[in-house]
Ligand binder design. Sequence first.
Ligand code: ZN
Length: 567
Amino acid sequence: MLAGAVRPAQASVRVGDDALARSSAAAVQGLVVATSAAWDPEADTIYTFVTLDVSRSWGLDGQPARVVVKQLGGLVGGTAFVVGGQARFAVGEEVLVFLDVRPRDRTLSVAGLEQGKWVLTGAADPAAAAMREMRGTDRTVAVARDYRSTAALDVLAALAGSRVSASGAVLEPMAPAADLAASAAFTTLSSTPARWHEGDTGGSVYVDTQAGGHPQFAGGGLAQLANAAVKWSAVGSLRLANGVARTARCFSNVENDGRLSVSYGDPCGEIADGSSTLAIGGAYFSSSQQRTINGVSFWKITKGMVITDNPASKWSGFTTGCYEDVLVHEIGHAIGFGHSTSTAAIMYPSISSSCFSRAVSMPLGADDLAGMAALYPGAGVPPVTPPGTPTGLSANVVGSTVSIAWNAPATGGAATGYQLLAGTAPGVANIGVVPLTAPGIVVPGVPNGLYYVRVVATNAAGASAPTLDLPISVGQTPPGAPRSLAGQAAPGGNVYISWLPPSSGPAPTSYVVLAGYAPGANTFQIPVPGTVLAGGGVPSAVYYVRVVAMNGAVAGTPSNEITLVVP
Ligand SMILES: [Zn+2]
């Protein structure tokens, strides 16, 4: 352990029990009399509310007879939200829990997730009087546990709420429990197994980052984030791909877009600053899309989230290796894993102190790999990248028949199809989106008018960026360019602009004045019936102005450009 370095706790890493107790706001001993899960509309997030009839408490004002502990995550209907390593409660349990105060709404939560919850067993052996589950849901072997005597637990509880310095009582290291070392096995995030299904068909799960990344690591720690995603993608069928930069995302289930996001600085106000918790990772999953893998039915993960806490002191002294370990671990939760009992596994709930001498994360352990083989078996289908943008978009109009052609993209993955988007203005598809299997289409009987089309290429991984808009004029001849554009401006924003009609082409039906703050700009497009535009209240600026003549919806070429200084 390095001096000055916080040992990441709970979802990622654990501190010693005495350090966790000291950093807790309170401790409570009591009987679990009720549990219920519900959406908190304030945060649009599922919480589980655990009601305790209190027999003893430390650090709480007024010795309350009953408290409600509000735990992040739970199951409501066909939607589950689970964070890795969360403590679970059952009615009838006698527990002693260390508690934090949630910054967002001042409610209580268990400190250090499962590390902060002890069950009082009533065992005759004093050394086994308090028992703690050390791991997430296990679907293969008996849950590992560790134990303390009630006397030792009382010493810990007395530290809660005191925020005393490290000169306080220090407990002897806990004796390893016999069954803790007996068998190591990966676990799933929840007793309801869940996974991402995207990789089964060659798709990717995108890992988005809050813009800017983590402020305490070079480059926002984005290199560590990319490495962490690669760690899991390099084995099995799951493909984690770099996503986009976005605003911070909390645990809310809105924006349920099938992506995994990483946010920094506890934007949800979920993690107590004084706690030892560094980060939380979890996922929403749904019963509506189930898939059987290796004989196990998995719900589909619909959204993954990793949140790191904000106090700078929690991260000071961290190497990039330690940070990357945390990210790999938390992403592990967000792809469906609970904690492992194998100390060599990245999903073990304590960070390895070896990270302080590493620049990158530890490799996945054998137990992590066993987990990947169970949830994401095989190498998956080869990854597919979206195609690049098609090139050479052109159109030929003969009468009312329009032939549109383009070239297959020269970059990206192979295109398996195209979409032609057509509209009555640039960038819109209000006429339609036409799926096509080959580049090119001939459309007979097109009504007279001016149309704008663009094309995207598609394959299993998604769509390319669109081509630029191609204007297509059917049955209409564009007018010539207006002549002799001139203008004047006076105080009060009064402007007077005039021009002469084109000397060639069909007679214009109207004009459009184009104006902007730079040469060639058309920020402002002002329809004008005649050859004069006059008015007041124009904001002071230097404007570049042109005018085009219209024949119906067809625009001609622009006039000369003038500079108009509006005082
Ligand atoms: Zn964890």
